[in-house]
Ligand binder design. Structure first.
Ligand SMILES: *[C@@H]1O[C@H](CO)[C@@H](O)[C@H](O)[C@H]1NC(C)=O
Ligand SMILES: *[C@@H]1O[C@H](CO)[C@@H](O)[C@H](O)[C@H]1NC(C)=O
Ligand SMILES: *[C@@H]1O[C@H](CO)[C@@H](O)[C@H](O)[C@H]1NC(C)=O
Ligand SMILES: *[C@@H]1O[C@H](CO)[C@@H](O)[C@H](O)[C@H]1NC(C)=O
Length: 422
């Protein structure tokens, strides 16, 4: 059954409209620093994103994580529309909002808006390459109605997998991801795939490069030490400006939010005051605390230093999603994807949910920016320091919908190894 979603207005729109620019700043650079809307508490990308982040990071040996909550949610949303019974209710439970006033259908609409907004900002605030697909392994014929809906609304393409074994399947999946990402260098290899006949494999692959509103100039790049899992020598970029900034003294965490080019999205960086791994910060993170932090940031003269790192992840999310309550979908005997294929009984089930992701943290500067940048920098007085020479967390949120586009953690920056004693 494919439920039709009624059109509804976004509940948090009034909040967005009520946000005014308050600060009187001496900053005369052309793009004004405006404050994006607070995270909408009812947005499934935030609730699912934070829960997935915690699940992924509960293993303290994890090194560098990046994923897109909006894109994972869109995969689940798409198959959710072809499901029924407890399979459907478990999927809905995962995607539903934490705000009691929001219904499942409203959460679904929010998700579609977020997805639209994500791709619409491509080319201004960031460069995005993304593909989403459902792969089918020797399944009964897939419903054209389902495919049309999944393609139209969620940009999900359909690719049948060959008759080969798990290794052949993985090869086909990797080739697909490689085409989207333009290579898989640095991407950890995915877990084994053991797709039985009747399996549906959901996958996203994306490459994201955030464009800072004031870019980092080439001259400001130098080599410094990054105190991550290993100590490494990395290229670091520096930039001073007025940024939304907050220091949570109690939790010893610095919070900075920087608008990306064109103000369609912003990047939030969270970093412990002192050199430490991210386990403590990871455990603190919740939608409530993040809202509070973002709310408390205010325009501050800030000097930001960041490693020019790329974060890549290959995620297979079955374990994490199961732990969050999605159990029936994987089980051939109980999974109900009757909207995906009428002959689904006892066959169709989820085989895997995969995401290949790559994030380029500090993009190259544009040439003509240099002069303007210097002028702005001169107006910065006694800046506070956000010196990212140790692990930190990154969020990218959409300005128009407030949704959580990306979430990442940098535990280690690739570079020439240093001996521990400096
Ligand atoms: C981003 O958000 C700010 C503050 O809410 C708003 O003034 C601005 O118009 C938004 N920009 C875009 C491109 O939507
Ligand atoms: C984003 O823009 C680039 C360059 O114009 C294009 O190649 C790419 O397909 C776009 N991505 C999406 C998701 O639209
Ligand atoms: C802005 O931040 C500073 C330092 O973090 C704080 O002392 C000040 O009270 C804040 N101002 C407002 C208006 O919140
Ligand atoms: C990050 O990736 C981009 C694009 O693939 C590449 O040009 C750049 O050199 C990489 N940076 C680092 C530090 O590896």
């Amino acid at each position: 059954m494919l439920p039709r979603l009624p059109v509804c207005t976004l509940m948090f729109l009034p909040v967005l409209l009520a946000q005014g620019s308050t600060a009187d700043s001496p900053d005369k650079s052309p793009p004004p620093i405006s404050r994006p809307p607070p995270p909408p508490p009812g947005d499934p990308s935030w609730t699912l994103g934070l829960r997935l982040y915690q699940a992924l990071r509960s293993d303290s040996s994890s090194v560098n994580t990046v994923f897109s909550p909006v894109l994972v949610a869109s995969l689940l949303g798409a198959v959710g529309r072809g499901s029924a019974g407890t399979t459907a209710s478990q999927l809905q439970e995962l995607l539903k909002s934490s705000a009691p006033s929001k219904t499942v259908t409203q959460a679904g609409e929010v998700l579609l808006e977020s997805l639209k907004s994500f791709t619409a900002s491509n080319g201004s605030s960031f460069h995005l390459h993304v593909s989403s697909a459902v792969f089918s392994k020797e399944t009964p014929a897939i419903s054209q109605v389902f495919l049309k809906d999944a393609q139209g609304k969620f940009k999900l393409q359909h690719h049948p997998l060959g008759k080969g074994d798990g290794e052949a399947d993985l090869k086909q999946l990797r080739a697909w991801a490689e085409a989207v990402l333009g290579g898989l260098e640095g991407a950890p290899s995915a877990a084994k795939i053991q797709a039985k006949a009747g399996a549906l494999i959901l996958a996203n692959a994306f490459r994201f490069k955030g464009l800072w509103e004031r870019e980092f100039s080439e001259e400001s790049t130098d080599r410094r030490t990054f105190l991550g899992k290993k100590y490494t020598k990395v290229a670091m970029v520096h930039r001073a400006g007025l940024y939304h900034f907050h220091e949570d003294v109690e939790n010893m965490v610095q919070v900075v939010e920087a608008p990306l080019w064109g103000n369609k999205a912003s990047m939030v960086l969270l970093m412990p005051f002192h050199v430490e791994g991210l386990q403590r910060l990871d455990k603190l993170l919740s939608v409530e605390l993040l809202s509070k932090w973002l709310d408390k940031t205010n325009k501050t003269s800030l000097s930001i230093s960041l490693p020019k790192a790329n974060i890549t992840s290959t995620l297979s999310l079955q374990e994490e999603l199961s732990a969050l309550g999605l159990t029936d979908a994987w089980d051939q005997k109980v999974a109900d994807f009757s909207g995906v294929s009428v002959k689904s009984k006892g066959k169709l089930h989820l085989g895997a949910v995969l995401q290949w992701a790559s994030l380029e943290l500090a993009a190259q500067a544009g040439k003509e920016e240099g002069k303007q940048q210097q002028e702005v920098e001169e107006q910065i007085q006694k800046p506070k320091l956000f010196y990212a020479d140790h692990p930190f967390v990154i969020l990218v949120r959409d300005n128009a919908t407030g949704s959580l586009l990306l979430m990442a953690a940098l535990d280690h920056a690739e570079g020439e190894a240093l001996h521990d004693e400096l």
